[in-house]
Design a protein around this ligand. Structure first.
Ligand SMILES: C[S@@+](CC[C@H](N)C(=O)[O-])C[C@H]1O[C@@H](n2cnc3c(N)ncnc32)[C@H](O)[C@@H]1O
Length: 317
């Protein structure tokens, strides 16, 4: 493999010129793995990055193809010139505000390693609350081994649908998105995880293109108020797709569309679980109730104690 190809994984497509720029890497050259990791931690910390030690460990591990055990075991080994150049490229990107998940092109969600693209949101740990809420209700009803039909509206990387399918071996599902490019990534993730035989993906305006009845509809739609997008952290504002963020003037536009669609598509007894932004649970509860669904208890809280997942069902009569 030539050097440009080896280095390609460390750079963004539009950064190909950096291959030359990083040929001689003063910052990490001649360092040991352990020293380079510490140096990077200090640089990220000095730049005000939130989790400098974790980010440095992940970037060093990725640049050197080492897991945590390998990083520790090989700590005293000196970096090769290519390792140093790759780590330098990663460091520059992180210092320029690119999130680690974007640099690595992958993010774990519900323990599943998901590939990302420029068209997919980086899946957030908060969104696992939607998966937990749905599974908890299905378990309580003894429905985890039934052939459920699931729809994930605005599936992005496929995160929620694939997590559910990984837990529900008899379920099948469809993920929709307005972005065909995001769906390509979701399809590739389903393939890599061995879930493709049970997962379809289709371009659709939320559930607009679906007609089958569903037992479970889930969604983490865009819910940021349009006017708030400019003040989001640069990691989000400049790197997550706008289509994945913009929830309209009051942040609730998607829920107004999804609630009546779900009420029409859910099978009797079917369940809707929606992720909501901080403080939106009351409004979303009102919207799903107005669509004729029955809200199933208070919003499930995420790890920070914020009401994050609103569940509602279509009564079977
Ligand atoms: C907040 S992201 C969630 C992505 C993924 N479900 C997750 O939780 O990581 C919202 C997703 O909805 C998609 N989207 C936005 N408007 C849409 C619409 N009208 N119909 C379908 N999908 C839409 C975006 O492209 C994006 O993938």
């Amino acid at each position: 493999m030539n050097r440009a190809r080896r280095m390609g994984r460390c750079l963004r497509g539009d950064d190909a010129g950096l291959v030359e720029a990083t040929r001689v890497t003063e910052s990490f050259a001649a360092q040991t793995i352990e020293t380079a990791r510490r140096l990077l931690t200090a640089r990220l910390e000095a730049a005000g990055i939130d989790s400098p030690a974790l980010d440095a460990r992940m970037l060093t591990g990725a640049a050197l193809h080492l897991d945590l055990t390998g990083l520790i075991a090989q700590g005293p080994r000196q970096l090769t010139a290519d390792d140093a150049a790759c780590l330098d490229a990663f460091a520059r990107r992180r210092l320029a505000g690119e999130p680690v998940a974007r640099i690595l092109g992958t993010k774990d969600f519900w323990g599943l390693p998901l590939k990302l693209s420029a068209d997919t949101l980086v899946p957030r740990p908060d969104t696992e609350t939607v998966v937990e809420a749905a599974l908890e209700i299905l378990r309580a009803e003894g429905r985890t081994r039934t052939p459920l039909r699931i729809a994930d509206l605005g599936t992005g990387s496929g995160a929620i649908l694939l997590a559910l399918l990984s837990e529900l071996p008899d379920a099948t599902g469809v993920g929709t998105d307005l972005s065909a490019a995001a769906l390509d990534t979701a399809k590739a993730n389903a393939q890599r995880l061995g879930l493709a035989p049970r997962a379809d993906f289709t371009v659709s305006d939320y559930a607009g293109g679906l007609s089958d009845p569903f037992d479970l509809i889930v969604s983490n739609p865009p819910y940021i108020r349009s006017a708030d997008i400019a003040s989001l952290a640069p990691e989000v504002r400049d790197h997550d797709p706008h289509l994945a963020l913009d929830g309209g003037s009051d942040g609730l536009e998607a829920y107004r569309r999804i609630a009546p669609q779900a009420a029409g598509l859910l099978a009797p007894g079917g369940l809707l679980v929606l992720e909501v932004g901080q403080g939106q649970d009351g409004d979303v509860v009102r919207l799903v109730a107005a669509a004729g669904l029955t809200v199933a208890g208070p919003a499930r809280a995420d790890l920070a104690g914020i009401g994050r997942a609103v569940a509602a069902r279509k009564l079977p009569f």
